[in-house]
Design a protein around this ligand. Sequence first.
Ligand SMILES: [Fe+2]
Length: 278
Amino acid sequence: MTYQISKLRPFGTMIEAQNESSNIQDIKIEILRRLFQKSQLILLRGFNTFKNSDHFSKYCEQWGEVSLWPFGKVLDLVEQKNAKDHIFDNSYVPLHWDGMYRPQIPEYQFFHCVKAPKPQHGGRTTFSNTILALNNISKAWKDHWKKVVGVYQREMEFYNSKVASPIITKHPLRNFFVIRYNEPHLKNKGHLINTPHLKFSGVKLEEVDLFHQSLNKALYNAENFYAHQWQDGDVVIADNFSLLHGREKFKSGSSRHLRRVQVLSHPPYNNPGLETYK
Ligand SMILES: [Fe+2]
Protein backbone atom coordinates (compact mmCIF):
# COMPACT_ATOMS: atom_id res chain seq x y z
CA MET A 1 0.00 0.00 0.00
CA THR A 2 1.25 3.46 -0.80
CA TYR A 3 0.74 6.56 1.21
CA GLN A 4 2.53 9.82 1.65
CA ILE A 5 3.57 11.27 5.01
CA SER A 6 4.01 15.00 5.52
CA LYS A 7 4.13 17.46 8.38
CA LEU A 8 1.21 19.62 9.40
CA ARG A 9 2.03 23.09 10.73
CA PRO A 10 2.80 23.88 13.47
CA PHE A 11 2.43 20.26 14.66
CA GLY A 12 0.88 17.00 13.56
CA THR A 13 1.40 14.49 10.79
CA MET A 14 -0.67 14.01 7.66
CA ILE A 15 -0.86 10.64 5.97
CA GLU A 16 -2.47 10.72 2.55
CA ALA A 17 -3.63 7.71 0.56
CA GLN A 18 -2.06 7.48 -2.85
CA ASN A 19 -4.72 5.38 -4.52
CA GLU A 20 -8.44 4.83 -4.20
CA SER A 21 -8.22 1.32 -2.82
CA SER A 22 -6.06 2.26 0.19
CA ASN A 23 -7.69 1.20 3.41
CA ILE A 24 -6.98 2.72 6.82
CA GLN A 25 -6.73 -0.77 8.32
CA ASP A 26 -3.67 -1.49 6.20
CA ILE A 27 -1.47 1.00 8.07
CA LYS A 28 0.26 -0.66 10.99
CA ILE A 29 -0.93 0.68 14.36
CA GLU A 30 2.69 0.67 15.67
CA ILE A 31 3.70 3.07 12.90
CA LEU A 32 0.78 5.36 13.71
CA ARG A 33 1.44 5.18 17.45
CA ARG A 34 5.04 6.26 16.91
CA LEU A 35 3.96 9.22 14.78
CA PHE A 36 1.30 10.07 17.36
CA GLN A 37 3.87 10.19 20.17
CA LYS A 38 6.18 12.34 18.11
CA SER A 39 3.68 14.84 16.77
CA GLN A 40 0.56 14.62 19.01
CA LEU A 41 -1.87 14.59 16.09
CA ILE A 42 -2.38 12.41 13.02
CA LEU A 43 -4.58 13.20 10.06
CA LEU A 44 -5.44 10.30 7.77
CA ARG A 45 -6.87 11.55 4.49
CA GLY A 46 -8.23 9.88 1.38
CA PHE A 47 -8.46 6.36 2.80
CA ASN A 48 -11.35 3.95 2.74
CA THR A 49 -12.48 4.21 6.33
CA PHE A 50 -15.56 3.00 8.21
CA LYS A 51 -18.97 1.93 6.95
CA ASN A 52 -20.71 2.70 10.25
CA SER A 53 -20.22 3.53 13.96
CA ASP A 54 -19.62 -0.05 14.91
CA HIS A 55 -16.91 -0.45 12.31
CA PHE A 56 -15.29 2.77 13.60
CA SER A 57 -15.26 1.68 17.26
CA LYS A 58 -13.90 -1.76 16.31
CA TYR A 59 -10.96 -0.02 14.62
CA CYS A 60 -10.35 2.12 17.72
CA GLU A 61 -10.37 -0.98 19.94
CA GLN A 62 -7.17 -2.05 18.24
CA TRP A 63 -5.54 0.95 19.92
CA GLY A 64 -6.73 0.19 23.45
CA GLU A 65 -9.75 0.14 25.73
CA VAL A 66 -12.53 2.35 24.44
CA SER A 67 -14.12 4.74 26.94
CA LEU A 68 -17.72 3.79 27.55
CA TRP A 69 -20.45 6.45 27.89
CA PRO A 70 -24.16 6.16 28.68
CA PHE A 71 -24.74 6.43 24.91
CA GLY A 72 -22.14 3.75 24.10
CA LYS A 73 -18.70 4.09 22.50
CA VAL A 74 -19.36 6.48 19.62
CA LEU A 75 -20.54 10.06 20.00
CA ASP A 76 -22.25 11.56 16.97
CA LEU A 77 -21.38 15.24 16.81
CA VAL A 78 -24.17 16.74 14.78
CA GLU A 79 -26.07 19.96 15.33
CA GLN A 80 -29.33 19.29 17.18
CA LYS A 81 -32.43 21.43 17.03
CA ASN A 82 -33.11 22.99 20.46
CA ALA A 83 -29.77 21.71 21.76
CA LYS A 84 -29.46 21.71 25.54
CA ASP A 85 -25.69 21.86 25.50
CA HIS A 86 -23.14 23.74 23.40
CA ILE A 87 -21.60 20.45 22.21
CA PHE A 88 -24.74 19.86 20.14
CA ASP A 89 -25.21 23.47 19.11
CA ASN A 90 -23.53 25.23 16.18
CA SER A 91 -21.61 27.59 18.49
CA TYR A 92 -17.90 27.67 19.12
CA VAL A 93 -16.57 25.39 21.89
CA PRO A 94 -13.95 26.77 24.29
CA LEU A 95 -10.67 24.90 24.68
CA HIS A 96 -10.82 21.98 27.13
CA TRP A 97 -9.59 18.43 27.52
CA ASP A 98 -11.85 15.41 27.14
CA GLY A 99 -12.78 13.40 30.19
CA MET A 100 -12.01 16.31 32.52
CA TYR A 101 -15.36 15.69 34.25
CA ARG A 102 -15.24 11.89 34.06
CA PRO A 103 -13.60 9.21 36.28
CA GLN A 104 -11.06 8.33 33.60
CA ILE A 105 -9.29 10.62 31.17
CA PRO A 106 -8.73 9.14 27.71
CA GLU A 107 -5.32 9.39 26.06
CA TYR A 108 -6.55 9.21 22.46
CA GLN A 109 -9.35 10.99 20.68
CA PHE A 110 -10.47 9.57 17.37
CA PHE A 111 -12.58 11.68 15.05
CA HIS A 112 -14.13 10.41 11.85
CA CYS A 113 -15.61 12.97 9.51
CA VAL A 114 -18.76 11.42 8.07
CA LYS A 115 -19.70 14.67 6.35
CA ALA A 116 -17.68 17.86 6.26
CA PRO A 117 -19.28 21.29 6.25
CA LYS A 118 -18.46 23.54 3.31
CA PRO A 119 -15.21 25.43 4.09
CA GLN A 120 -17.04 28.77 4.13
CA HIS A 121 -19.44 27.42 6.79
CA GLY A 122 -16.80 27.21 9.55
CA GLY A 123 -16.72 24.39 12.12
CA ARG A 124 -13.00 23.71 12.23
CA THR A 125 -11.88 21.63 15.22
CA THR A 126 -9.20 23.53 17.11
CA PHE A 127 -6.16 22.04 18.82
CA SER A 128 -3.62 23.77 21.02
CA ASN A 129 -0.36 21.95 21.67
CA THR A 130 0.44 22.70 25.30
CA ILE A 131 3.91 21.12 25.12
CA LEU A 132 4.80 23.73 22.51
CA ALA A 133 2.98 26.47 24.42
CA LEU A 134 5.15 25.79 27.48
CA ASN A 135 8.33 25.55 25.39
CA ASN A 136 7.59 28.85 23.68
CA ILE A 137 6.80 30.92 26.76
CA SER A 138 9.07 32.71 29.24
CA LYS A 139 9.88 31.23 32.63
CA ALA A 140 8.18 34.20 34.28
CA TRP A 141 4.79 33.36 32.73
CA LYS A 142 5.25 29.67 33.49
CA ASP A 143 5.93 30.54 37.14
CA HIS A 144 2.80 32.68 37.17
CA TRP A 145 0.59 29.93 35.67
CA LYS A 146 2.09 27.33 38.01
CA LYS A 147 0.45 29.00 40.99
CA VAL A 148 -3.06 28.69 39.60
CA VAL A 149 -5.63 25.91 40.04
CA GLY A 150 -8.79 25.78 37.93
CA VAL A 151 -11.99 24.57 39.57
CA TYR A 152 -14.62 23.52 37.06
CA GLN A 153 -18.21 22.47 37.55
CA ARG A 154 -20.47 21.27 34.80
CA GLU A 155 -23.86 19.63 34.58
CA MET A 156 -25.08 18.15 31.31
CA GLU A 157 -27.01 15.17 30.01
CA PHE A 158 -24.29 12.64 30.87
CA TYR A 159 -22.88 13.90 34.21
CA ASN A 160 -22.90 16.48 36.98
CA SER A 161 -19.35 16.88 38.09
CA LYS A 162 -16.79 19.06 39.82
CA VAL A 163 -13.07 18.92 39.20
CA ALA A 164 -9.97 20.82 40.30
CA SER A 165 -6.77 20.84 38.27
CA PRO A 166 -3.54 22.84 38.40
CA ILE A 167 -2.98 24.77 35.18
CA ILE A 168 0.41 23.13 34.74
CA THR A 169 0.66 19.42 35.46
CA LYS A 170 2.94 16.55 34.61
CA HIS A 171 1.94 14.50 31.56
CA PRO A 172 0.42 11.30 33.05
CA LEU A 173 2.83 8.94 31.27
CA ARG A 174 5.79 10.99 30.16
CA ASN A 175 8.44 13.19 31.60
CA PHE A 176 7.27 16.67 30.64
CA PHE A 177 4.65 19.21 31.62
CA VAL A 178 1.36 20.07 29.97
CA ILE A 179 -1.41 22.62 30.46
CA ARG A 180 -4.87 21.64 31.67
CA TYR A 181 -7.29 24.52 31.23
CA ASN A 182 -10.91 25.03 30.34
CA GLU A 183 -11.04 28.40 28.68
CA PRO A 184 -13.72 30.67 30.16
CA HIS A 185 -16.47 31.73 27.79
CA LEU A 186 -16.05 35.24 26.41
CA LYS A 187 -19.21 36.93 25.18
CA ASN A 188 -17.42 38.41 22.17
CA LYS A 189 -16.98 34.86 20.86
CA GLY A 190 -20.74 34.44 20.53
CA HIS A 191 -23.38 32.62 22.58
CA LEU A 192 -22.75 29.40 24.47
CA ILE A 193 -25.52 27.18 25.81
CA ASN A 194 -25.00 25.65 29.27
CA THR A 195 -21.66 27.23 30.15
CA PRO A 196 -19.72 25.49 32.94
CA HIS A 197 -18.95 27.27 36.21
CA LEU A 198 -15.28 28.12 36.46
CA LYS A 199 -13.12 29.46 39.29
CA PHE A 200 -9.41 30.04 39.38
CA SER A 201 -7.58 30.07 42.70
CA GLY A 202 -3.99 31.10 43.37
CA VAL A 203 -4.18 34.28 41.36
CA LYS A 204 -4.95 37.71 42.83
CA LEU A 205 -8.31 39.17 41.85
CA GLU A 206 -6.67 42.09 40.07
CA GLU A 207 -4.48 39.68 38.08
CA VAL A 208 -7.21 37.27 36.93
CA ASP A 209 -7.81 39.03 33.60
CA LEU A 210 -4.11 39.17 32.82
CA PHE A 211 -3.78 35.49 33.71
CA HIS A 212 -6.49 34.49 31.22
CA GLN A 213 -5.20 36.85 28.54
CA SER A 214 -1.66 35.50 28.80
CA LEU A 215 -2.81 31.89 28.65
CA ASN A 216 -5.20 32.62 25.81
CA LYS A 217 -2.50 34.35 23.82
CA ALA A 218 -0.14 31.40 24.24
CA LEU A 219 -2.73 28.72 23.47
CA TYR A 220 -4.00 30.44 20.33
CA ASN A 221 -0.55 31.56 19.18
CA ALA A 222 0.11 30.36 15.61
CA GLU A 223 3.26 28.55 16.83
CA ASN A 224 1.17 26.26 19.03
CA PHE A 225 -2.27 26.17 17.45
CA TYR A 226 -3.79 24.09 14.64
CA ALA A 227 -7.36 24.39 13.35
CA HIS A 228 -8.51 21.43 11.32
CA GLN A 229 -10.67 22.04 8.28
CA TRP A 230 -12.59 18.81 7.74
CA GLN A 231 -12.92 16.91 4.50
CA ASP A 232 -15.26 13.94 4.03
CA GLY A 233 -13.64 10.76 5.32
CA ASP A 234 -10.88 12.45 7.33
CA VAL A 235 -9.75 10.61 10.45
CA VAL A 236 -7.92 12.59 13.13
CA ILE A 237 -6.21 10.97 16.10
CA ALA A 238 -5.34 13.52 18.79
CA ASP A 239 -3.35 13.34 22.02
CA ASN A 240 -5.80 14.33 24.73
CA PHE A 241 -3.06 14.30 27.42
CA SER A 242 -1.00 16.99 25.69
CA LEU A 243 -3.43 18.99 23.58
CA LEU A 244 -6.46 21.08 24.41
CA HIS A 245 -9.21 21.22 21.83
CA GLY A 246 -12.33 23.13 20.92
CA ARG A 247 -14.38 24.11 17.90
CA GLU A 248 -15.06 27.14 15.78
CA LYS A 249 -18.70 28.01 15.27
CA PHE A 250 -20.37 26.87 12.08
CA LYS A 251 -23.34 27.82 9.99
CA SER A 252 -26.56 26.41 11.35
CA GLY A 253 -28.01 23.77 9.08
CA SER A 254 -24.64 22.97 7.46
CA SER A 255 -23.80 19.32 6.88
CA ARG A 256 -21.19 18.90 9.63
CA HIS A 257 -21.19 15.34 11.02
CA LEU A 258 -18.28 13.96 13.02
CA ARG A 259 -18.06 10.80 15.06
CA ARG A 260 -15.82 10.60 18.11
CA VAL A 261 -14.38 7.71 20.08
CA GLN A 262 -12.11 8.01 23.12
CA VAL A 263 -9.46 5.40 23.87
CA LEU A 264 -7.93 5.01 27.34
CA SER A 265 -4.24 4.75 28.06
CA HIS A 266 -2.74 1.48 29.24
CA PRO A 267 -3.23 1.30 32.18
CA PRO A 268 -6.26 3.65 32.23
CA TYR A 269 -5.62 7.04 33.78
CA ASN A 270 -7.90 7.86 36.70
CA ASN A 271 -8.89 11.52 36.84
CA PRO A 272 -6.75 12.97 39.66
CA GLY A 273 -8.86 16.12 40.06
CA LEU A 274 -12.36 14.69 40.26
CA GLU A 275 -14.11 15.98 43.40
CA THR A 276 -17.73 15.02 42.76
CA TYR A 277 -19.28 12.93 40.02
CA LYS A 278 -22.91 12.01 39.51
FE1 LIG B 1 -14.09 17.64 23.72
